[in-house]
Ligand binder design. Structure first.
Ligand SMILES: [Zn+2]
Ligand SMILES: [Zn+2]
Length: 147
């Protein structure tokens, strides 16, 4: 896991450089993203934020996430019904999604993205700018449940 303080400072700097308004809501949201270990979606971040700031709007969360995504400060996992965000590892990495408990596991120990991008470039003369690798299955915890 990356240092949450460094992640926070990095996100804050990018937003400031874009001239975005740095409100207390936004700063608190960046803190949440920086310490998030899982892959929260906008609604989950909004719920957490609302406990501190009852007046915060869901639009603020979406807008901030969109900016962070443009700046490559979060990695979006675009599922069919919803998007989840990785604020710890803002670079492309594979994700393993359990169909039973819906947890999203980082699969970044598998070092194949670089090789894949290279093969795509060579075979198709296609420059990959963004990649998303999602594997659906059943996680270890769910497989261990008897029955
Ligand atoms: Zn599971
Ligand atoms: Zn991840």
């Amino acid at each position: 896991m990356n240092d949450p303080e460094l992640r926070y400072q990095s996100m804050l700097t990018k937003l400031k450089n874009r001239g975005g308004r740095i409100t207390s809501h936004r700063m608190a949201l960046l803190r949440l993203i920086a310490v998030s270990e899982g892959h929260p979606n906008a609604a989950q971040l909004f719920e957490q934020l609302r406990q501190q700031f009852p007046t915060v709007s869901l639009a603020t969360v979406y807008k901030t996430l969109a900016l962070l995504k443009e700046e490559n400060e979060v990695f979006e996992i675009d599922l069919r019904d919803d998007s989840h965000y990785d604020g710890n590892k803002p670079y492309p990495h594979p994700h393993l999604i359990c169909r039973v408990c819906r947890q999203i596991i980082d699969g970044d120990e598998v070092s194949l993205l670089g090789a894949l991008n290279q093969e795509i470039r060579e075979r198709y003369q296609f420059q990959v700018q963004q990649s998303q690798l999602v594997f659906y299955g059943v996680c270890r915890d769910c497989r261990d449940i008897p029955g």
